[in-house]
Design a binder for this molecule. Structure first.
Ligand code: NAD
Length: 334
């Protein structure tokens, strides 16, 4: 069995659990590491891609020009779910298999949603900074028990948020034009309503929708003007679901109480006026990033690579049309 060169540029793959890389090495892969960062030098990568056969990637842009240099590449796997950074048609033209790791766990994102909600309402960051700076003051918080949480998007994360909020004694409203009827039938604890009703009546709003042409700017000036002045909007979905200019205006005019978000229109949100506001709580897109979720993601990546090399056809192959080029898998491919 010849040694296969596998490039890891993914930021976290193998870093939290050394077993992931060890399993691949034991299976006969030679590992080439060149980790991505916001300042990754493309030319440095261009030098290593020519002789690798498989590639574990995070957000690095793999375009047609770069693929033209990857003369031995047979498999790209995304360490995550979204593959918008990979030119799949260009990979397909070159008979390169593209895969992702789609079983992203909703629990860490739901946990972060509650963390942002409670962190904002109990003013945890201010309180922490007060104590660490040697001061001692009181920070009047807001309770969530008995308050209404409106959840927009009743999918995996939205329903996990509902489970958590229920345990905190919150009343649940939900809006979802697709899953709403099913949720309404199956979850008597969630009152599925129309969007306007949810926006007008909620004390807190949690955004749990995918970004699409329909959800981009869903929380715009019009939506914000329907909300109560005490509302806190929590966003762990995608930055562009909220019109950031509109929410900035609503925050400075105190038409809403707060915005707690893990996601931004542009990431990192360098220069965003939101960064200067007192009534925000901001995290750097960490919703999915826990040790446990990383282990599960790494397991999926390792299993997927080994499976394809064995000639199997797992469901997470995104361009199945190239498989006919490798009827016996990649180990036997010449
Ligand atoms: P999901 O597909 O299980 O659920 C999404 C739900 O949104 C679906 O029920 C769908 O019907 C609903 N929806 C679609 N369009 C809608 C609309 N216009 N109005 C209301 N509801 C609508 O997805 P999920 O696993 O729950 O993830 C939701 C989103 O969370 C992802 O698409 C992603 O953008 C985001 N996410 C963020 C992080 C993070 O680190 N912060 C991590 C994972 C996912």
């Amino acid at each position: 069995m010849p040694s296969k060169r596998l490039l890891i540029t993914a930021r976290s793959f193998g870093r939290n659990d050394p077993k992931h890389v060890a399993t691949l090495q034991d299976a006969g892969f030679t590992i080439v590491e060149c980790r991505e960062s916001p300042n990754t030098d493309r030319s440095c990568l261009e030098a290593v891609v020519a002789d690798v056969e498989s590639w574990v990637v995070s957000a690095f842009r793999i375009d047609d020009a770069l693929l033209s240099r990857c003369t031995n590449l047979r498999l790209i796997i995304k360490h995550g779910i979204g593959v918008d950074n990979i030119d799949i048609p260009a990979a397909t033209r070159r008979n390169i298999i593209v895969m992702n790791a789609p079983q992203v766990n909703p629990i860490p994102v739901a946990d972060l949603t509650m963390t942002l909600l409670l962190g904002f309402t109990r003013r945890i960051v201010e309180a922490h900074l007060c104590v660490t700076s040697g001061d001692w003051a009181q920070f009047l918080g807001t309770g969530v028990h008995g308050k209404t949480l409106g959840i927009i998007g009743l999918g995996r994360i939205g329903l996990a948020v509902a489970d958590r909020a229920k345990a905190f004694g919150m009343t649940l409203l939900g809006f979802d034009p697709y899953a709403g009827a099913t949720v309404s039938a199956q979850r008597p604890d969630i009152n599925v309503v129309d969007l306007e009703h949810l926006l007008r009546t909620s004390d807190f709003v949690s955004l749990n929708v995918p970004l699409s042409s329909e959800t981009e700017g869903l929380i715009d000036d019009g939506a914000l003007r329907l909300m109560k002045t005490e509302v806190v909007v929590v966003n762990t979905s995608r930055g562009r679901v909220v019109d950031e200019a509109a929410i900035y205006e609503a925050l400075i005019e105190k038409r809403i109480a707060g915005y707690a978000t893990d996601v931004f229109e542009r990431e990192p949100p360098e220069g965003s006026p939101l960064l200067k506001l007192p009534n925000v709580l901001l995290t750097p897109h960490i919703g999915w990033y826990t040790r446990d979720a990383m282990k599960s993601l790494g397991d999926q990546v390792v299993d997927s690579i080994l499976s394809v090399y064995r000639g199997e056809t797992p469901d997470n192959i995104l361009n199945r049309e190239v498989l006919s080029a490798f009827p016996a898998g990649l180990w036997d491919e010449t």
